[in-house]
Design a binder for this molecule. Structure first.
Ligand code: HEM
Length: 458
């Protein structure tokens, strides 16, 4: 039954703002009930009064049919651009960077480094073994991001960064992302006005720059000495790239390109890989199928790149995880010119918020939406073929869609398989199924895991 789209529901400031400020999830749940299955919601949030969209038809309109009218400026993007440089794409440089990113983390290049990725993950899991000995719980909320930094650093930066520096860079990016949260909760506060955690953010930014600029400068110096850099890492690729009018990227562009890719690829993946263990514990039937698949494909291990494409069900688990808990739970866009979405007029200068979190909970799009069911993603199945193209929004859509989707799936499967081929992870204490919403969506409390060794690796 199609739902009528031409309705606008308004949630006033006094109802929304206090709940959102206290607990963003609580605010979003209010929107979920107000939107009653997909109406456009106008939020009372100070002068901004954003429109919240969740229906796939509306997402398609904004992200794919008319993306030039909905730009990445303002809320979220302003504080984020202090960390990663311009994200709007308005100066054209972003598109060149995106092209370079795609060459690095997609297609043939991706297949080329699957073995390296798997070996790095296995090495990082080995390090966990000592910490988990004798049943001591490990903090997956800290350890999973660390594994992710290692994997992404190895593949994206190769030998340009040492492991201790990669760990420090990852930690600083995490602190910077968390320090942005108060600004996200108060989008009407101008950037020039001091706000809580600004100092923490500035300190973390200084650490990021203290690591990133020397890497870029060294790469530039090597290139000046040896001509065009041969490396396949992100800095070498950006150094070789030329803009459409033949210009090289500046030192700042190179820094932004490297930090931007690292940021996009780590925070999202880190929280997802912490959350997955809570989800598996709460869904023992799913966990049993994952154990079975990993046992059949990988055996006692170690996991290699060749195993990863065969772990089809484990990949579906990763996709379903991101449906229920999409780390990028809101994607804001600024409206350039007046438009009409689903019969609702929207004004230039206004703010649109697309919410994968809400889209993934629409019952007519995702039947029984709260049920964790990886079979929703079975390749080639009728449900997948018949689903609206813009129903699954975890990786965004349109010209700014995530370039790291395939990379993430490879990495997530490698991490799950590396752990499950050696251990039966279980939670040291329960983790709420209600997530925490910040810059990304993640577990509301630290996920502490006990790693019971399987007999072969005991
Ligand atoms: C759980 C894993 C991930 C999730 C949920 C995720 C989600 C997203 C989303 C929703 C967007 C679109 C943002 C928008 O439309 O405004 C995006 C963009 C992006 N992602 Fe991911 N991502 C993930 C992993 C990765 C990884 C591993 C990489 C890199 C290796 C990566 C690199 C990027 C980049 C560079 C963009 C910007 C694309 C552009 O603006 O043109 N992501 N991601």
């Amino acid at each position: 039954m199609p739902v009528p789209f031409d309705r606008l529901v308004t949630v006033p400031f006094r109802r929304f703002a206090p709940r959102f400020a206290r607990d963003p999830l609580n605010g979003i749940e209010l929107v979920e009930s107000a939107s009653a299955g997909g109406d456009i919601v106008r939020l009372g949030l100070g002068p901004l009064r954003p429109y919240v969209l969740s229906r796939p038809e509306h997402i398609e309109h904004v992200m794919a049919a008319n993306p030039g009218n909905y730009v990445r400026e303002g809320w979220l993007w302003e504080p984020l651009s202090r960390l990663v440089g311009d994200t709007s794409g308005s100066d054209g440089l972003w598109w060149k960077k995106r092209e370079v990113y795609q060459q690095l983390v997609n297609g043939p290049a991706l297949r080329g480094f699957a073995d390296d990725l798997a070996a790095t993950v296995v090495g990082a899991v080995d390090e966990l073994t000592d910490r988990a000995r004798g049943g001591a719980p490990i903090n997956a909320s800290e350890e999973m991001p660390r594994i992710v930094y290692r994997a992404i650093t190895k593949v994206l930066l190769g030998s340009r960064i040492s492991i201790p520096h990669a760990d420090r860079l990852g930690d600083a990016l995490r602190v910077a992302s968390r320090a942005m949260q108060p600004r996200l909760l108060a989008p009407f506060v101008p950037a020039r006005m001091p706000w809580p955690k600004d100092r923490e953010f500035t300190r973390a930014l200084a650490t990021v720059n203290g690591i990133a600029y020397p890497i870029v400068e060294q790469a530039q110096a090597d290139a000046d000495k040896d001509g065009s850099p041969e490396g396949t890492d992100i800095v070498s690729r950006l150094l070789r790239a030329r803009t459409d009018d033949g210009q090289r990227f500046t030192r700042t562009d190179l820094r932004d390109g490297m930090v931007g890719l690292f940021t996009a690829g780590t925070e999202t993946t880190g929280v997802a890989m912490a959350m997955v263990w809570a989800v598996l514990e709460n869904n023992p039937d799913v966990a049993a199928r994952v154990y079975d698949e990993v046992g059949r494909v990988v055996g006692a291990g170690p996991v290699t790149g060749a195993h990863l494409p065969e772990l089809v069900y484990t990949r579906q688990v990763a996709l379903e995880m991101l449906r229920i808990y999409p780390p990028g739970w809101m994607l804001p866009r600024m409206i350039k010119q007046d438009d009409v979405i689903g019969g609702v007029p929207v004004k230039a200068g206004g703010l649109i918020v697309l919410s994968p979190y809400l889209t993934h909970r629409l019952a007519d799009v995702w039947p029984d939406p709260h049920r964790f069911d990886p079979d929703r993603h079975t390749p080639g199945s009728t449900v997948v073929r018949e689903r609206h193209r813009y129903a699954y929004l975890s990786f965004g859509a349109g010209p700014h869609a995530c370039v790291g989707r395939q990379f993430f799936l490879l990495e997530a499967v490698a991490i799950i398989a590396a752990l499950v081929s050696r251990f039966r992870p279980r939670l040291a204490e329960p983790v709420s199924s209600k997530p925490r919403l910040g810059l990304t969506l993640g577990p509301s409390t630290p996920v502490r895991l006990i790693l019971d060794p399987l007999p072969a690796s005991a």
